[in-house]
Ligand binder design. Sequence first.
Ligand code: M6R
Length: 613
Amino acid sequence: MCGIVGYIGPRQAYPVVIKGLKRLEYRGYDSAGIALLNQQQLNVYKKKGKVADLEDSIVATSDLGGHIAIGHTRWATHGEPSDRNSHPHVSKSGQLAMIHNGIIENYAPIKEELLQKGYEFKSDTDTEVLLNFIEEIRVKNECSLEEALRIALKRIVGAYCILLVDVNDPDTILAARKGSPLVIGIGKDEHFLASDASPIIEYTKEVVYVNDYQIAIVKRDELVLKNLGNEKETPFITKLDMELAAIEKGGYDHFMLKEIHEQPATIADCLRGRLQVEHSHLKLAGVENNLDKLLAAKRFIMVACGTSWHAGLVAEYLIEELCRIPVEVEYASEFRYRNPIIEPGDVIIAISQSGETADTLVALENAKEKGAFIFGVVNSVGSSIARLSHAGAYTHSGPEIGVASTKAFTGQLAVLTMMALKIAQAKGTIDEARFDQLLGELAAVPDKVAAILKDSSNIERIAAKYKDASDFLFLGRGYNFPVALEGALKLKEISYIHAEGYPAAEMKHGPIALVDEHLPVVFVATRDRFYEKIVSNVQEIKARKGKVICIASEGDRVIPGMADDTIFVPDADELIGPMISVVPLQLLSYFVGVLKGYDVDKPRNLAKSVTVE
Ligand code: M6R
């Protein structure tokens, strides 16, 4: 959580950093701040609220000069969102300013130590503690700031990406990371620092992804990376494969809507070069090059959070059905702490849009240490999870900015389906005809999604009809059960309506007690092997006067006769169906959120990338 930006170079730093913060606002938006160094003058501006509130609060007479600045957009961990808890924080001497993304877990004893030495704190944050700790070490040891930083980092426990400036050295930004991402863009006599590449792409495509336990000493014309042992490490320069347009709204009202509408293209991008229907061939290098490990595995363990976890559930169904390999699906946050049995030879499939989710990352680190083989299904190229994985396949969905994940989910499903097919083919658990049929079905997905997106007026009408409901139930069976979970999560996130997803058959074991004439129940009831059974479930809800909204296959004449409202989707094989049936649910939650007047791209209390546990 939290977005950080820094700039050093010939440009005026303020506009570069403010613009960068706006691009990173998806990472947190409860307060924002900026520290500018103008010669040896440190000017700090910070404000509770969004980056726009910060800008509004900066009066015309403020000194915005300077060619070096650090900025922060916050998702609160220690201390409520407020002006005083906003970053940057300034040290006791007034000489140092720092921003931080992450959590210092052992901040309390360090704070105690500093309090006893007479330090006073203006905020409730762990960041201010770390900053003064660094300052205290510098004074006590009479060492350089870089050395003090190194000593401090060896003492702290937790996750951090920090940027630090010193009024006495107005030509340097010090940066360090562990567990929270940091990218440094390399320009001509200038450097850009950020939590991801989106604030950088406009200026340069050459970037360095800083690794855990590295310190970066960044000057206008020099970038030095060192480890915590003070040894220099060679920066590895990567070329960004991303265009500016990909991170702008492109005429849509919201990123979420843009990303929903991008899905025909992003799914096609994901399949491109991999799916070769005419040759009856799938090319997935990450799988092909590691077939020995994948085929030898006794089981696969999916590790993920949120929407990515739902993709893992779909993959469980796919892989067990097609490959006959047992699959477990784990919430990363539970998996990392519950001392799971992991043995060499186990295959962990890590699913993550951002590639930076802290729980997933740590769960993988633990599993890797125990000898598991990690296969990453990741969207964000060069992210921590992508780099930690032994092998993987990118989803190629492009930058996802809306906090609610949409196109990343369908990209994950596309990759996981290809993976299942490829392994099944190699294992001989799928016959040629079925393999070819599913390849054809996969190839047809972009057009089917486009058909849904062509006219969303029916979904908007349904959203208007039910937007004031206080609860929703989402039900599905088989491959549509994870879709129901995803529909409920989307609605909760965007519209703040309480929603639950359940396997439709499980409803009778409790949730049916909730049903009355006020409860909208969304059924994902496309034509599959459970169709008759789900029709019965619809009847059961109708008999209890619930309001039924059905996602049904085109041409279905039974469901519309029973449901209060029906949304048709193109017919598809049930294994492929989730990529299609989830789209109307994404739109439904989007419209409900918008009609209720909420900021769907920045829902309250959330952040796009959960880099704290
Ligand atoms: O970046 P990741 O896929 O690892 O993120 C996992 C979850 O935080 C994420 O899917 C979250 O649940 C989304 N807000 C869902 O829309």
